[in-house]
Write a protein that binds this ligand. Structure first.
Ligand code: SF4
Length: 741
């Protein structure tokens, strides 16, 4: 990357946007002679992200240099109780301390907890606040393994869908993003491409210029749905039924590709028998579509070539979400869509990046912990449950699924949060809040800003942005490895995850050399760089760190010459599943006593369940287009872009009318887990019986809650993920809260 020269005082540094987004944009940061970043721009040489950034990151320097950034380690002042703090006044609850002091204090407390309750009483809590390989999981994992802390099951976002896809295909691979331009039909299923996978959009536009149609299946009329040729506003949680209904039509009308099926798949006869049960008429009763629409969709999908499916993680956030993804994922195998370049499907491309995780995370260090074994696991979607028990230990978290049973162990006495904001994003907000309020719980939060989680912290540690540390990154929406170089010095005393956990390890007295590794050494470990300077990882063997420094991004081996040798996953076998074939029937599930075939079971929290008698409305807790989950929600520029929908409850006019609710009325929305006050906004494009509200920080609302006050800790059928979109509620006018009567 370019250095400052005599003729220019500026240097340009190649970084990578590390926010939780499929695109992983190459970002060029211009830095002036004083070491201050003055511009961020997309890397025009990146073949997928093509030199532009989304609206969330285009003004990233507002975030990097925000006056509200936490720049120094902070300690809660004596006598200040944990709990929601007034936005903008949080600083008053804390006092500045030195890094030296804070590291000593945290190490001492963790030692005490480990001695008194056992190390499993310490719970790390992190997710994809950064998806850089080192920042997401490296030194932190070494630290917690060596400590013997509980392991976190990181399933909140993508595990259900990911596991389901792998049950069918063995690996998370998909049609290259660049090849979507060749499709004649794009089926976006639970995928708001324009909102949160925007670098796929130009390829779809190119396809449409060449005559392709875009069909969007989504209960909500997203930006993408608004631009579609056909938007199917399916009822939440019924995607699996629709996929099975499409199969029924495809099989009934002989639109399946028998030659491809014979060569590439396993379990066809059994699937065909199952699919016969899902007639369009029956499926219509669940989805809200007509039988004719289901037939039309199936025919169009099966007879257009190439047809490509873009599924995103919205589908899997229902109780039956794993099975739904599994059924949808089978469609391109049934029609042979993988045979045609530009056809097939994509949920994620992350399976192609086989980083050397063992070297990075060092699970073997658990043997040196006081436990002498890997610690128990705690599911991150059940944080409220895990924090609820103070005396007798973490409850069995597998109540609804015997396969998920975890060992009962000590109560959680220390919570270490980084790369996440569970005070806003974790389901069952009130349970999480009750847990985090516990005076006996020691909480450390590594963060950039005061959030819903820092309100409960004993210590807050200042974190870095991707401009301020070095990392390496893959993607879940393309096939390029990228180097993210440190562009600027961290402001104040902000420090990276790698630095933080390396330092803490030394304060704990851990002697292993790996706690002294520097980021560049760890990048070499992630890439498994051998003595010849090249990676030993499959698909990365042509990559050297020096080339990455020079070029910024390098395609994976199978994607180096896409015109001469296009990558067409699942065009030919073997497939990395137990049978070596694409699996319509899963022996793995069957041998675990589960159904080897997909079937549709309506979520208990849906209009088809008993609970609907008390809570008749299905609630969609949506993500805002201009935030990244809860990230960016504190920045005024981003909030302005969301002003129209912020703190609103979108309702179908019929549902509003039957409840005497009008546009702009203050409404109360509730279920057994909690309640919220929002402002009613009519939206006739929602299916009747469905209401929608956006994820926001709890502290931004008038009553200190957010949509997760209503969501549950129930887990998905596959992958033990979160079920945000299986939530029933009732809504009424909030008397006396801004309403005229
Ligand atoms: S959030 Fe996604 S689209 Fe936006 S800059 Fe980052 S990687 Fe690119």
């Amino acid at each position: 990357m370019s250095a400052a020269t005599a003729s220019s005082p500026f240097r340009v540094v190649h970084t990578v946007c590390s926010h939780d987004c499929p695109d992983s944009c190459g970002v060029l940061v211009t830095v002036n002679a004083e070491g201050r970043a003055v511009k961020v721009a997309g890397d025009p040489k990146h073949p997928v992200t093509q030199g532009f950034l989304c609206g969330k990151v285009a003004k990233y320097l507002d975030r990097v240099y925000a006056p509200e950034r936490i720049l120094f380690p902070l300690r809660r002042k004596a006598g200040i109780a944990k709990g929601p703090l007034v936005r903008g006044a949080e600083r008053e609850a804390f006092e500045r301390v030195s890094w030296d002091e804070v590291l000593e204090a945290i190490a001492a407390r963790l030692k005490r907890v480990a001695e008194e309750f056992g190390p499993e009483a310490i719970l790390p809590y992190s997710y994809a606040g950064t998806i850089g390989v080192l920042g997401y999981g490296s030194m932190d994992r070494r630290f917690f393994h060596r400590l013997g802390a509980s392991q976190l099951e990181r399933t909140i976002c993508s595990e259900a869908g990911g596991e389901a896809w792998k049950l069918v295909y063995g690996k998370k691979l998909g049609t290259p993003t660049e090849d979507f331009r060749l499709a004649k039909l794009v089926l976006a299923w639970g995928a708001n491409i324009h909102g949160n996978n925007v670098h796929l959009w130009p390829f779809i536009e190119q396809a449409r210029r060449n005559g392709a149609r875009l069909i969007v299946i989504d209960p909500y009329k997203t930006r993408t749905a608004a631009l579609a040729d056909w938007h199917i506003a399916i009822r939440p949680g019924t995607d699996g039924a629709l996929a099975l209904g499409m199969m029924q039509v495809i099989l009934n009308e002989g639109l399946d590709d028998r030659a491809y099926i014979a060569e590439m798949t396993h379990g066809y006869e059994r699937l065909a028998e199952r699919a016969r049960e899902y007639t369009p008429e029956r499926v219509a009763t669940w989805t809200g579509m007509t039988a004719a629409e289901i037939e039309q969709l199936a025919r169009e999908y099966a007879t257009t070539r190439p047809a490509v499916l873009r599924m995103n993680y919205g589908v899997q956030r229902s109780e039956n979400g794993g099975t739904a993804v599994r059924a949808i994922a089978m469609l391109p195998a049934l029609t042979g869509a993988w045979k045609y370049r530009g056809g097939g499907g994509q949920l994620s491309t992350s399976g192609a990046f086989n980083w050397d995780k063992k070297a990075l995370e060092r699970p073997d260090l658990a043997l040196a912990s006081p436990l002498g074994r890997l610690a128990r696991t705690v599911n991150m979607c059940r944080l409220g449950d895990a924090l609820a028990v103070q005396g007798s230990g973490v409850r069995d978290q597998g109540l609804e699924n015997p396969d998920l049973q975890t060992e009962v162990g000590p109560p959680v006495k220390a919570l270490f949060v980084y790369n996440s904001n569970p005070g806003a994003v974790a389901p069952d907000h009130n349970a999480v809040k009750r847990g985090m309020e516990r005076a006996d719980l020691f909480t450390v939060v590594h963060e950039l800003f005061f959030t819903d989680t820092t309100d409960y912290a004993d210590y807050i540690l200042p974190a870095t942005t991707f401009l301020e540390h070095t990392d390496v990154q893959g993607a879940y929406g393309h096939y390029f490895v990228q180097l993210s170089e440190k562009a600027i010095e961290p402001p104040g005393e902000a420090r990276s995850n790698v630095w933080l956990f390396g330092q803490l390890a030394q304060r704990m007295g851990f002697k292993e050399e790996c706690f002294r590794d520097k980021p560049e050494e760890m990048i070499r470990q992630a890439l498994a760089i051998g003595p010849d300077g090249h990676s030993n990882n499959t698909a990365m063997k042509h990559i050297t760190l020096e080339d990455l420094k020079e070029q910024g991004h390098i395609p994976l081996g199978f994607h180096r010459d896409p015109e001469a040798k296009p990558f067409q996953p699942f065009f030919a076998g073997p497939v990395p599943t137990p049978s070596g074939k694409i699996e319509f029937y899963s022996e793995t599930l069957a041998s675990a006593g589960l159904d080897g075939l997909p079937e549709f079971i309506p979520p208990t929290e849906s209009r088809f369940g008993e609970l609907a008698k008390r809570f008749p409305l299905e609630f969609l807790s949506r993500k805002a287009d201009n935030y990244m989950n809860s990230t960016f929600a504190n920045l005024d520029g981003h909030r302005k872009l969301e002003a129209r929908k912020s703190q609103r409850l979108e309702m179908h006019p019929k549902d509003a009318e039957t409840r005497g609710i009008g546009e702009g009325d203050a409404v109360r929305i509730w279920n057994d887990r909690g309640a919220l006050t929002l402002t009613a906004m009519m939206n006739a494009s929602l299916p009747a019986g469905v209401v929608a509200g956006q994820l926001d920080w709890a502290k931004m609302s008038s009553d200190g809650g957010n949509v997760n006050a209503l969501t549950s800790e129930r887990l998905t059928d596959i992958g033990a993920g979160a079920t945000f979109y299986s939530t029933l509620v009732e809504v009424g006018r909030a008397r006396g809260v801004g309403n005229k009567d």
